[in-house]
Design a binder for this molecule. Structure first.
Ligand code: OSB
Ligand code: MG
Length: 369
């Protein structure tokens, strides 16, 4: 398929509720969308880089720069028949995984559409529905958190992930566990602790959490191995894993027992599937993370999570938890048994609402072969 035209848009969508993590509060979602046109087929990709370099070093600005200056000029006017071929062409570009993943996502959507197949099937997905979990931001008090968890579990979600940071951790988790003795619960610290907090983190063991996600340094796999041996709760890595090689290294060092896979963080769906395969061969469970995506990115996540190794509920929840109005439809809805249906229509299965998109666009550019 010949890459004829690419359009980039920076958009801003107000979030229904501000989302607080250990690295900050987000009230408005900013992201870069990629539209790729080739031979009569259009594909869409979403770049998960945030406004600022708080989760990783990439931002909407760096993604825009890398895509327009280095990635797109290198691929426009050329023919690609597989994601491997596209990644090969981009091998010279170091890092910038989120920028790269956004283009690969658009290409895979277009490729699946051109073959009249759903993205999920095209990637090797087998499930017709995926297990859905929720990620709940840091709240002002344990009581406020319990009220939100109660609502989410009543909706049917399979597990609740609680964001934690020093000062908003043990007492919050205790309150939720006391209120919901049987619920599948986990925590995500987004790198808010150091190895000196090992004893403190060990006090989470009594709550029977499914895992502690990324407690230590965002680029660490060594201290995580030490911590992993000192706590009973399984450690899961998010920020530290940028490639299949990182995943292999982390598993060889026993830095984690579970991996959160985000295609954006690892350079795209192809690399995400490599990590899935490595983990599956070793019997290591994986689940699909989220970055407060619009329905475009959410649809890519749902397709990825339909692969057989995704055996734990992911951070992929109903569209209506996030925005007043999305930019692509239909919305993903959660069933009463806590699942989202995997679309069976061609490509991602969502279509962009051009008028709505236009209204939320802050910046636009177009590159033509
Ligand atoms: O660490 O998983 C994370 C959102 C933004 C940045 C990092 C993370 C998150 C989430 C949200 O946890 C998950 C979702 O999309 O619902
Ligand atoms: Mg995380």
């Amino acid at each position: 398929m010949r890459f004829e035209r690419v359009e980039l848009r920076l958009i801003a969508l107000p979030l229904l509720h501000p989302f607080e993590t250990s690295f900050g509060i987000e009230a408005e979602k900013h992201c870069v969308l990629v539209r790729l046109d080739c031979e009569g087929v259009t594909g869409w990709g979403e770049c998960v880089a945030m406004n600022g370099p708080w989760y990783s070093e990439e931002t909407t600005g760096t993604a825009w720069h890398i895509l327009t200056e280095f990635i797109l000029p290198h691929v426009l006017g050329r023919d690609f028949d597989s994601a491997q071929e596209l990644q090969g062409r981009l091998a010279r570009v170091r890092g910038n995984k989120m920028a790269r993943a956004a283009l690969e996502g658009a290409f895979l959507d277009a490729l699946a559409r051109s073959r009249d197949r759903s993205l999920a099937h095209f990637l090797g997905g087998e499930r017709t529905e995926i297990e859905s979990g929720v990620s709940i931001g840091i709240q002002s008090s344990p009581e406020a958190l319990v009220a939100i968890v109660e609502r989410e579990l009543a909706t049917g979600y399979r597990r609740a992930k609680l964001k934690i940071k020093p000062g908003s951790d043990i007492e919050f988790v205790r309150a939720v566990r006391l209120a919901f003795p049987e619920a599948q619960l986990m925590v995500d610290a987004n790198s808010a602790y150091t190895l000196e907090d090992a004893e403190h983190l060990r006090s989470l063991d009594v709550f029977g959490l499914t895992m502690i996600e990324q407690p230590l340094g965002h680029d660490d796999i060594v201290d995580h191995a030490t911590l992993s041996a000192r706590v009973q709760t399984p450690i899961c890595l998010d920020e530290s894993i940028h490639s299949a090689q990182d995943a292999r290294h982390a598993l060889e060092l026993a830095s984690c027992r579970i991996i959160n896979i985000k295609a954006g963080r690892v350079g795209g769906l192809t690399e995400a599937i490599r990590i899935h395969d490595i983990c599956r061969n070793r019997g290591v469970p994986v689940w699909c993370g989220g970055m407060l995506e619009t329905n475009i990115g959410r649809a890519h996540n749902v397709a990825l999570a339909s692969l057989p190794g995704f055996t734990l509920p992911g951070d992929i929840s109903a569209s209506e938890r996030y925005f007043v109005e999305d930019i692509a439809y239909p919305n993903f809805r959660v069933s009463s048994h806590g699942t989202l249906a995997v679309p069976t229509t061609p490509g991602t299965g969502v279509e962009v609402d051009e008028q709505r998109l236009e209204r939320v666009t802050l910046r636009r550019t177009e590159l033509v072969a």
